[in-house]
Write a protein that binds this ligand. Structure first.
Ligand code: T46
Length: 305
């Protein structure tokens, strides 16, 4: 997938989501009456001093959605995104968001980016919270003034320097940056060391390969095993549940790892065929360390508290 300028060939796909209730039902702007000509006009005026609208495109260069910076000034800008129904849950939205925020902070040198969504838009709120964005309460009036139904909105923002790539913890499990060295024109090299970078001695390493898209694995917890999980290739959704709650995270960056130190239920979904899950573990394989029954896990965790 990639970000590029909007092109006229994108207009029919743009019109498709504008007339798709499941996409537009919670959007502030009303799109139902938009025509192909409206889309073409939008595309032809998509880059200006105040606004930048880019296409999130598939590897085959098909338009999957629009990501925008609006009302750009010297200091801040508003962020917006819409993706087609067929692009949802496939990583296009997060890819587009990361790309345009990088542009906002690194190219335009802005200090903050803010945005809001309808309180009824559960899917969008889950998406932003999953990626670690926090609700802001002290929203400047100049931002709010553009919206009619101000009480129905939830606001988010991100500042220059925020590490938007990773949340600090997922269900109480620490996320870490794995040291990664870019090597000019020859990729990157990542590494970690027992005790220096991760809090245990590594006795075993295993990895899961050749998995089809959509396959689910895991559905168990470990009583004592400590692990570092990371995905050096592809995209895997990881759901973790512990005494700190249940949260999901997408593993897709080879330089991000999750450390599981306490008894934590895990479920994995392969979002992309042939994605690789690697695990560095603190002990040798022991089938008695597994809890494979969910109720037993809940019991075990409540007794541990
Ligand atoms: C975990 C997640 C992330 C072994 O014989 N030795 C080993 O070191 C491992 C890891 C597995 N196995 C056997 C046990 C099963 O017969 O391999 C088979 C598949 O294991 P499982 O069904 O547990 O695979 P996943 O993907 O559900 O879970 C694995 C790890 O087992 C687990 O520790 O945390 O990956």
């Amino acid at each position: 997938m990639h970000l590029r300028n909007l092109e006229e060939k994108d207009a029919p796909f743009m019109l498709e989501w504008m007339h798709d209730d499941s996409v537009v039902e919670h959007l502030n702007h009303k799109f139902a009456t938009k025509t192909l000509d409206d889309c073409l006009e939008f595309i032809n005026t998509s880059i200006s001093e105040k606004n930048i609208h880019l296409a999130i495109a598939s590897d085959a260069d098909e338009y999957m959605g629009t990501v925008s910076l609006r009302n750009i000034n010297n200091d801040n800008s508003e962020f917006a995104i819409t993706v087609r129904q067929s692009a949802m849950g496939k990583g296009y939205a997060w890819f587009g968001m990361k790309g345009i925020l990088k542009k906002a902070f690194e190219e335009l040198n802005l200090n903050s980016v803010y945005w809001c969504v309808s309180l009824a838009n559960d899917r969008a709120i889950r998406f932003y919270k999953k990626h670690g964005f926090k609700e802001i309460l002290d929203v400047p009036l100049e931002f709010q003034e553009k919206y009619d139904k101000r009480n129905d909105l939830i606001w988010f923002s991100t500042l220059k320097g925020d590490d938007i790539e990773i949340k600090q913890t997922i269900a109480g499990c620490r996320t870490i940056r794995i040291k990664t060295i870019p090597t000019v024109n020859s990729g990157e090299l990542s590494f970690f060391e027992s005790n220096n970078d991760i809090p245990f001695d590594i006795k075993r390493v295993y990895y899961i390969t050749k998995v089809s898209e959509g396959v689910r694995r895991g559905f168990h917890a470990h009583k004592n095993l400590k692990q570092l999980l990371f995905c050096p290739y592809g995209r895997i959704q990881l759901t973790l549940e512990s005494e700190y709650g249940r949260e999901e995270v997408e593993l897709s960056d080879p330089s991000v790892g999750i450390i599981i130190e306490k008894c934590t239920w895990r479920e994995m979904v392969w979002l992309q065929k042939d994605s690789v899950l690697c695990v560095a573990a603190s002990d040798y394989y022991d089938s008695n360390d597994y809890i494979r029954d969910y109720d037993e896990f809940r019991n075990y965790v409540s007794k541990e508290k």
